[in-house]
Design a protein around this ligand. Structure first.
Ligand SMILES: CC(C)(COP(=O)(O)OP(=O)(O)OC[C@H]1O[C@@H](n2cnc3c(N)ncnc32)[C@H](O)[C@@H]1OP(=O)(O)O)[C@@H](O)C(=O)NCCC(=O)NCCSC(=O)C[C@H](O)C(=O)O
Ligand SMILES: [Mg+2]
Length: 285
């Protein structure tokens, strides 16, 4: 199990060219923000967006939300300048798109030093090299790029995401094996709350830490789907108490609600309570 230091239920993309959206995000209840210099910014806007983002981050006001800067790929005309600028920005990590291998991460680190790096996993090569990418010493998180992935696979959109399951599973295995955070891809239909909720629940069930989002209206749904529910918190407390009581009697297995509770279940219960506490602390701060 991966123990994380802060919650990542909602991870909102904000085009770095949109000053109104950059400002609005200071008051949104998101756990993390991706300040985007890549797909959401037109070629003409990119230099201005880079400068606006540096200025905005220097002004601050994002509280304890994790701040990620998504740069353009180093194989584009903007990548080098983005990487140099992002290295000096007041952000927690740099998000590199279309990572295919650890060599891509090395190339970025050669510019940005020891600043933590996150990877967009969104190409077939990235899927096949997911474990090697997760093993890179600077790698802190994965974000699934399900739009690019579907394009590369020539996959059709399906509500059950069956065509993407092999890829999502490979990246989840890699992230969990190496202890890096993993965030699910975006849900494009930002006015379809029911569809988003269904996909969030699927992502949570699979083990993703949170959902990447494109619009403020999606935040509450993701926050709720990826947070432990009151029922889960209550059950976790009862499992821990029952196990401790059983252990004191020299037994290794407790029974709660007709199901066995062993030390591995207690570890999961403790993890869940820690996550609930982290969310409470984030909301209070
Ligand atoms: C999708 C949008 C273009 C919709 O924009 P708009 O029509 O302006 O929305 P609203 O009028 O409903 O906006 C209401 C207010 O909310 C603010 N807003 C909108 N979006 C954001 C946002 N993302 N962050 C913060 N604030 C936002 C507006 O400014 C309005 O504020 P106010 O006027 O003060 O009330 C738009 O939402 C948008 O551009 N979204 C982001 C799109 C994006 O980032 N795309 C790239 C990431 S997805 C991707 O690349 C995935 C990956 O690579 C893959 O391959 O899958
Ligand atoms: Mg993409």
């Amino acid at each position: 199990m991966v123990t994380i230091a802060s919650p990542y239920r909602s991870v909102l993309y904000i085009p770095a060219s949109k000053s109104r959206a950059l400002d609005k995000a200071r008051s949104l209840p998101v756990d993390a923000i991706i300040f985007d210099l890549e797909d959401a910014v037109t070629a003409e806007e990119k230099p201005n967006a880079r400068a606006l983002l540096a200025e905005t981050l220097a002004q601050g006001g994002y509280g304890n939300r994790t701040r990620l800067v998504r740069i353009n790929g180093l194989d584009t005309q903007w990548g080098q300048a983005d990487a140099e600028a992002a290295r000096d920005m007041d952000a927690d990590a740099i998000l590199l798109p279309k990572v295919g291998s650890p060599a891509d991460v090395d190339a970025l680190a050669a510019i940005t030093g020891d600043k933590p790096i996150w990877a967009m996993l969104e190409t077939p090569q990235g899927m096949l090299n997911a474990h090697a990418i997760a093993s890179h010493p600077l790698m802190a998180g994965f974000v699934m790029g399900t739009n690019d992935l579907a394009k590369e696979l020539n996959a059709r959109f399906r509500t059950d995401r069956a065509p993407l399951m092999t890829s999502l599973g490979l990246c989840l295995l890699a992230a969990k094996a190496e202890g890096v955070i993993i965030i699910d891809g975006v849900y494009n239909a930002f006015k379809d709350d029911a569809g988003l909720e269904q996909e969030c629940i699927q992502g949570r069930d699979m083990g993703f830490d949170g959902k990447s989002l494109i619009h403020p209206a999606q935040v509450e749904i993701a926050n709720s789907a990826f947070a432990p529910s009151p029922e889960e918190v209550e059950l976790a407390r009862r499992q821990i108490a029952a196990f401790e009581e059983t252990e004191a009697q020299g037994q290794g297995v407790a029974v709660v609600d007709g199901r066995i509770v062993e030390n591995l279940h207690v570890a999961t219960a403790r993890e869940l309570l820690a996550k609930a506490e982290m969310i409470e602390a984030l909301q209070a701060g």
